[in-house]
Design a binder for this molecule. Sequence first.
Ligand code: PMP
Length: 303
Amino acid sequence: MAYYNENTVLWLDGNIVKASEAKTDLYGQSLHYGYAVFEGIRSYRTAAGATRIFKEVEHYDRLRRSAEALNMPYRYTTSELIEATYDILEKNKLQDAYIRPVVYGPANMSFSPNTESYTVIQVWEMAPFLGEKLLRVMTSSFQRPNPKGFKIEAKASGHYVNSILASQEAKAKGFDEALLTDMNGFIAEGPGANMFFEKDGKLFTPAPGNILPGITRATVLEIAAELGIPVEEGQYTIQQLKTADAAFFCGTAAEVIGWDSIDNTKFPTPWKDTTGRRIQQAYMDRVTEQQHQTAKQTQLATA
Ligand code: PMP
């Protein structure tokens, strides 16, 4: 995939720089040790034609918390970075985009903390979601990192070696994606998404502690509350998952995407009849600010 062309610009510590001309130091601590933090954010063209970054405050607040968790200097306010992001989207003429801010360190081959860090914001086009494909998911042989070894709630670059290993393993075995357990063998999350499963009209999702508690996961909890769908957060096994009616991943890039099966055990409820499908629809309406008038509202409007 081509992330940029000769016209693409990025935001680098307050400067607008051509992506093809931007430079980084090959002696950087982040490159050598995975010591960087980042975000994955989406912008959407709304139903009214505007460009909106979804949950931008939540994402940039998490970026700050991730940097602080790793003892990295952090130079900007959330509102400065949001403004910079809208600016770079406009300069690249993008509405449906993926936004990738990264905070990284200077040249430093030791493990000592830095007095400075750099921030880059890159954006690239993301095609509108078509998501009817259901995922064949495999239980990974890799577990998520032990929270006693990592700041698991930080979105740190080095954690993603674990994600890459799990995802590559699943794809090499002919599956679409991996599901990782935590260090105790309970279901945790996907390589880049949280998960929910559904049983008898109720949703279940791994409790925070051994996962990245996603912003999309929080949005799904909000939507479920609005729709009156009961949700339980807890510790669940793969065996329990195999008896579920349906399941889905949720994440900024994945949005809400249904599963076909886990370890070749198919989920019995057709996706179109699941709670997950209702949540997927509500999620897409939210990100694109699509207003659905209820029958009652339409009546009032036309009365
Ligand atoms: N878990 C992991 C490991 C992730 O990388 C992501 C994507 N950031 C998520 C969960 C979902 O988080 P969010 O909804 O905030 O994108």
